[in-house]
Write a protein that binds this ligand. Structure first.
Ligand SMILES: Nc1ncnc2c1ncn2[C@@H]1O[C@H](COP(=O)(O)OP(=O)(O)OP(=O)(O)O)[C@@H](O)[C@H]1O
Ligand SMILES: [Mg+2]
Length: 153
């Protein structure tokens, strides 16, 4: 399958949130986003921007303990955090496959834990902290369709 890649750099958390808002404009119901990156890479920060973009009913926070947060909005956002998952199939007990069918946006933090259950069309986003600046994030978006984000190069 052909994929489209773009690279974006953010200088602080606000820029990553803004990127999430911009990204929300180009997403479609049914999209699945896998957010890769170490602890504090900015996965939840990006999700907060997505939730703002969809006018969610509350700010997105880390679902580390609940494993999933749901944000109703112009398009519903389903935010999974798989950090504490030990076996991939645990995500099925959370109803992951049903969420995929719900025509919302599914966002997955720590997707490498559940790779086998991610659809082929998943939009994969990698966030890395710069070696030279603790606030800079190097973000790569790898998508099965071209996403028009105005900061994208
Ligand atoms: N450019 C940036 N983008 C995003 N966050 C940044 C940036 N610069 C600094 N930060 C800080 O890094 C932290 C990112 O936290 P966040 O909860 O988004 O990470 P996470 O990837 O979801 O981590 P976890 O794996 O623990 O869930 C925040 O404290 C934020 O203020
Ligand atoms: Mg997080």
């Amino acid at each position: 399958m052909k994929r489209f890649t773009c690279h974006i750099q953010t200088a602080d958390a606000d820029e990553t949130t803004a990127l999430g808002r911009k990204l929300s404009l180009t997403l479609k119901p049914g999209d699945v986003l896998a957010l890769y990156g170490d602890l504090a890479a900015g996965k939840t920060t990006l999700t907060r921007g997505l939730a703002e973009g969809f006018h969610a009913n509350q700010p997105a926070t880390s679902p580390t303990f609940t494993l999933i947060n749901e944000y109703p909005g112009t398009v519903p956002l389903y935010h999974f955090d798989c950090y504490r998952i030990r076996e991939a199939r645990e995500i099925l007990f959370l109803g992951f496959e049903e969420y995929l069918d719900m025509e919302g946006i599914v966002v997955v933090e720590w997707p490498q834990k559940v790779e086998a259950f991610l659809p082929e069309e998943t939009i994969r986003i990698h966030l890395n902290t710069s070696d030279t600046d603790n606030n800079v994030r190097l973000i790569t978006i790898d998508s099965p369709r071209e996403l028009t984000i105005d900061t994208c190069c």
